[in-house]
Ligand binder design. Structure first.
Ligand code: TYD
Ligand code: MG
Length: 450
């Protein structure tokens, strides 16, 4: 029997028996989404799964042991491994490698435990062919090609695997809902059902979620609030490496990243990312290039920042960035104009983090500023110098965290000098000389020789 559905306004919570284009209560357009009316009144779980309140001292800690996936880069991002009974969302642009990564993880885990891989996008034959390219096949990995979430629930309850992969949540549907798979209502209901199942049965469920055009996980981030961890797989499609980034993690730190290189046999871990991001770094000095010592989570790596500043031919000057924040570059450009006196206003500006890596750390400010000033003056930045520092609006150079790790990484890669704010907690190493500056203007004088 088809259960009755109702419509709920995402903005104000108004309920309606039929779909309306505009909420009559708050006036928002397109905000009504379909939901199933649960037969157990307000209970989400079936009665036998209801948990009773319990003293904090008696809460069982069993089953909290994480199990490592066997891929170090993935385990670091998870904070040590998968937590039983957790729901994890892996999202990213189509074609970035989500299915490949999850299939690799499934294959590694399946030698030790039972893993169910549910694909709503490919046939089991296609998945097998793909898996064979990635590594050894194990009978512990069960494949299912299914899009009905209720049938999937049946299998999960029958098998109770330790891990299940659902590729992708946008292809799953619940027949009680009239809306199409991939719609906000469907995505939300399916994920909620899987969430309850994960918690009740202690199954770790990994969901694949495609990113929509607006760069959000369909529908409007509804999933991010529900799940225990949200991971993004990102990278430039034309580049050969991928970054796994954690943006939410109920069981660990959120600022860790994992770096992988694409290959014919799947994703390969990159233990030393600096080597990757500096591969084409010109050994001789070239104007417009500077090396930033970045820190992502507990992980330092060096990235080359390139800038091109050239007189604008006609009309409004062009400003373009790749891998670094556009607004940050605008701010640094303004500081360079006002505090250092570089007349950048009538110039086109392009800034690029080499390799397609995305940096959102303020410590890369100094490298951006040096590459801009270097290109503008047509004088190279000291090619044996690594830089780390945040730039303030008054032109001051601010300290950064994790100086020790950054300097060590720079020493390891043979950088002779390291420039940072004079307020930083400085840790000296034998190989790399530490230089400090109070303001951006003095920093530029140290990094760019006239
Ligand atoms: P896929 O995992 O299907 O991307 P998604 O699930 O995010 O849409 O990967 C896209 C294509 O890239 C697929 O044809 C396989 C190929 N690929 C490799 O050849 N090697 C790799 O390491 C990865 C990650 C992908
Ligand atoms: Mg896929």
């Amino acid at each position: 029997m088809r259960k009755k559905a109702k419509y709920l306004c995402r903005e104000c919570g108004l309920q309606s028996a039929r779909w309306l284009g505009r909420c009559p209560s708050c006036g928002t357009w397109n905000s009504l989404i379909e939901e199933v009316i649960n037969s157990h009144k307000n209970l989400n779980s079936s009665p036998e799964e209801i948990e009773l309140p319990c003293p904090i001292t008696e809460v069982s800690l069993q089953g909290e042991d994480r199990f490592p996936t066997g891929i170090d880069e993935v385990d670091r991002v998870f904070g040590g491994g998968l937590v039983p009974g957790s729901l994890v969302l892996l999202s990213g642009d189509p074609g970035i490698g989500k299915s490949t990564l999850l299939l690799q993880i499934s294959q590694l885990l399946s030698s030790r435990m039972q893993v169910l891989y549910v694909s709503g996008e490919e046939s089991t034959r296609q998945v097998r062919l793909r898996a064979a390219r990635l590594g050894a096949l194990s009978p512990g990995l069960l494949l299912l090609s299914e899009t009905n979430v209720d049938i999937m629930e049946y299998h999960l309850r029958e098998l109770v695997p330790q891990v299940a992969v659902v590729d992708s949540i946008q292809t799953m549907y619940k027949s009680d809902l009239g809306s199409a798979p991939g719609s906000v209502g469907q995505v939300r209901e399916c994920a909620a059902q899987l969430m309850r199942l994960a918690k009740a049965k202690g199954i770790s469920i990994l969901l694949v979620g495609h990113v929509t055009k607006e760069g959000m996980i369909a529908g409007p981030r509804v999933l991010e609030h529900m799940v225990d961890a949200v991971l993004y797989l990102e990278g430039d499609r034309r580049q050969f490496f991928r970054i796994l980034r954690c943006v939410k993690n109920r069981f660990g730190s959120t600022n860790e990243i994992g770096i992988f290189e694409m290959s014919g046999s799947g994703l390969i871990e990159v233990a030393n990312p600096s080597v990757l991001f500096l591969t084409n770094h010109p050994q001789g000095a070239v104007p417009g290039s500077a090396v930033a010592a970045a820190l992502e989570g507990s992980r330092p790596f060096l990235v080359e920042i390139q800038a091109l500043v050239s007189p604008a031919g006609y009309g409004t000057p062009r400003r373009m960035t790749a891998g670094v924040d556009y607004n940050r570059v605008a701010l640094i450009t303004a500081v360079l104009e006002k505090r250092v006196g570089l007349n950048l206003g009538s110039h086109d500006i392009y800034v690029n983090a080499v390799g397609g890596v995305k940096l959102d750390e303020p410590a890369v400010d100094l490298a951006i500023a040096c590459s801009l000033a270097s290109s503008f003056r047509d004088k190279p930045v000291d090619s044996e110098m690594a830089l780390a520092g945040e730039i303030g609006l008054t032109g001051e150079l601010r300290p950064v965290t994790g100086v020790g790790k950054r300097v060590k990484e720079a020493s390891k890669l043979g950088f002779k000098r390291f420039l940072l704010s004079s307020q930083s907690a400085i840790e000296h190493t034998a190989e790399t000389r530490i230089l400090t500056a109070e303001s951006l203007a003095t920093a530029l004088n140290q990094a760019i020789k006239a």
